[in-house]
Design a protein. Sequence first.
Length: 202
Amino acid sequence: MKRLTLISVTALAAALALTGCATDTGTDTTTTPGMDHGTMTASPSAQTPAAADHNGADATFAQMMIPHHEQAVEMSEVVLAKDGIDPEITDLAQEIKAAQGPEIKTMNGWLSAWGESATMSGDHGMEGMMSQDDMSTLEAAQGTEAAKLFLTQMIKHHEGAVTMAEEEAANGSNPDAVAQAEKMARDQSGEIEKMKELLAGL
């Protein structure tokens, strides 16, 4: 019986020794070259995938559409500040402002991610933009005259935006930019039809 107990104790001691070795191995701080995961950094391509995921058409679209949208928001704010405007027209102006404000932020975000300038280089004309004289005339107009002027100008403005959006949808490579352009073309085409109906009713 004593002999069996001695064998059991010996076996237990051997098992404990093996466990100790395994623990030591698990806590070994020696690292294999190239395998220090604690200090690994992502490759440049993994850090900035968006930078390569666009082409010149995408950049030009964002650079042109930002000031285009900014003017539409400004036009909407001008008519919203006036008295005596048909509620359907002020509702439309509010919708345009609410839609295009966030789109401006989105497009600025794209340009930043792509490493592109927020402004265009060279002389690029933007379809449907109002001149300063046009804006001054809208600001001075009142009542029905202001409503008619706003609708007439915004129809032209939207038509220019639709043209620019369709060009991006056809020539862009960034999936988000192309999808946004397609949505802009659909939304603003619908608003053009609505504005034509409102204009006919004034």
